[in-house]
Write a protein that binds this ligand. Structure first.
Ligand code: ADP
Length: 159
């Protein structure tokens, strides 16, 4: 029984993230979506807001669970009994950072393997930051994020 974690900021979750979740949840016994509370990174949504948005999106996916953490990814794997870290790869520009992170994680715990999933061609340009930028300029983001996220983004910029 192999469990996996899919860590990230999810600020906010996009259709690209959801595509990775839908594709990988079929491969593992359990998939934990791990939302990082990175105090060095200023986020648009609070950790609780991000968790709620992800939870609304994965409702009904019975082997998917959402967790919040401020710990090292390999520590989270140990706690959740997960052997695999899932990361998505979009452009070549993702590669350098992901290579660095996966190398660090392997040094920290060689029992944990990072598995990369290539982004669907429809989402390979899509990032949480581009969605936030578009919404700030009043653009239409309905094709990039689920409805609940679109509403939350619009609500946020109003307040
Ligand atoms: P982080 O700050 O850890 O990069 P993100 O929420 O931006 O957190 O991304 C989490 C993971 O999801 C990363 O592996 C990232 O490459 C992947 N990802 C982000 N957007 C997409 C997308 N459109 N398609 C596929 N993977 C994506």
């Amino acid at each position: 029984m192999i469990n996996a974690i899919y860590p990230g900021s999810f600020d906010p979750i996009t259709n690209g993230h959801l595509d990775i979740i839908n594709r990988t949840r079929k491969l593992y016994n359990k998939l934990f979506i791990v939302i990082n509370e990175n105090i060095n990174k200023k986020t648009f949504f609070s950790i609780e807001e991000r968790k709620q948005l992800v939870e609304e999106c994965v409702k009904g996916m019975d082997n998917v669970e959402v967790v919040i953490t401020n710990k090292l990814t390999v520590e989270v794997c140990k706690e959740l009994n997960a052997q695999v870290i899932i990361r998505g790869l979009r452009m070549v520009s993702d590669f350098e950072y992901e290579l660095q992170m996966s190398s660090f994680n392997r040094i920290l715990d060689s029992d944990v393997e990072t598995i990369f999933i290539m982004a669907d061609h429809n989402y390979s340009f899509l990032s949480s930051s581009s969605v936030k930028e578009i919404v700030l300029f009043g653009g239409n983001i309905s094709q990039f994020v689920p409805k609940n996220v679109e509403l939350a983004l619009r609500q946020k910029i109003k307040s």
